[in-house]
Design a protein around this ligand. Structure first.
Ligand code: ADP
Ligand code: MG
Ligand code: MG
Length: 251
């Protein structure tokens, strides 16, 4: 589903290399987790994949279901099935949450040459999905994320994901700012979307999220590279011993 080869990325504004040769292969139907200390380049990787400005790819490639991602505009990547749940969801004053969701869903359908979702169908689907994430009608009417708590913003990201039904879902520290109950809601929302035709890349600092969203593969990222790959036991190792042992082993 997602194939990253030798990806090197510099900042556009500064002479600084952030990603120093990332290799990653995520098969359809699987959940991969990326862990790693702050500043390793986890968010940068998710931004570069989704097409955020400010980064320069100097080497390597990234494809989604065989299609070159790096060549596309952000909205084309989304239409191709890529979704990023932000570490820091953005507030959009003046744009109602419902309007935002409906516009996104229909823009994506249009880009794929599909028919728009009718207003009635959209309402039905959004209410149903919002309910399972315990997002109430009031939150759907308010401007996107404005005045939402940290946990509400993260649940709203998952609602967007559930509405867009992407093929490749990237979640950047969706667990940060969530209490135990909200983490359960978010995890249930993600698990409900697990499917043979879909893959997930879950970026997290903590093992606890991975108790709920069980990964098939765990990667450790450090200084712009994936330095170790293993099974779920790797996350437990990090939880118990931190990164010191892994860094020493790799060094
Ligand atoms: P992580 O998500 O693993 O904590 P980031 O991708 O946020 O790591 O950051 C990786 C490194 O790149 C850090 O040293 C960070 O300071 C730097 N960095 C990322 N984006 C920028 C930027 N726009 N300007 C300056 N430094 C940046
Ligand atoms: Mg960070
Ligand atoms: Mg980050």
């Amino acid at each position: 589903m997602l194939e990253i080869n030798n990806l090197h990325v510099d900042l556009e504004e500064e002479d600084k290399t952030i990603l120093k040769g990332v290799n990653l292969s995520v098969e359809a139907g699987t959940v991969h987790a990326i862990m790693g200390p702050n500043g390793s380049g986890k968010s940068t990787l998710s931004y570069v994949l989704s097409g955020r400005d400010g980064y320069k790819v100097t080497d390597g490639s990234a494809t989604l279901a065989g299609v070159d991602l790096l060549d596309m505009d952000p909205e084309e990547r989304a239409a191709a099935g890529l979704f990023l749940a932000f570490q820091y969801p953005v507030e959009i004053p003046g744009v109602g949450n419902m309007t935002f969701l409906r516009t996104a869903v229909n823009a994506q359908r249009k880009a794929r040459g599909e028919e728009e979702m009718s207003a009635a169908e959209f309402l039905k689907v959004v209410r149903e999905k919002a309910k399972t994430l315990q997002i109430d009608a009031d939150m759907l009417k308010r401007p996107v994320n404005v005045g939402f708590s940290g946990g509400e913003k993260k649940r709203n990201e998952i609602l967007q994901m559930a509405m867009l039904e992407p093929k490749m879902c990237i979640l950047d520290e969706t667990d940060s700012g969530l209490d135990v109950d909200a983490m359960k809601l978010v995890s249930d929302g993600v698990n409900a979307l697990r499917d043979a035709g879909r893959a997930f890349l879950v970026i997290t600092h903590y093992q606890r999220l991975l108790d709920h969203i069980k990964p098939d593969v765990v990667h450790i990222m450090y200084d712009g590279r994936i330095i170790k790959t293993g099974g779920p036991e790797l996350a437990l190792e990090v939880e118990q011993n931190g990164y010191a042992d892994i860094l020493a082993e790799v060094a």
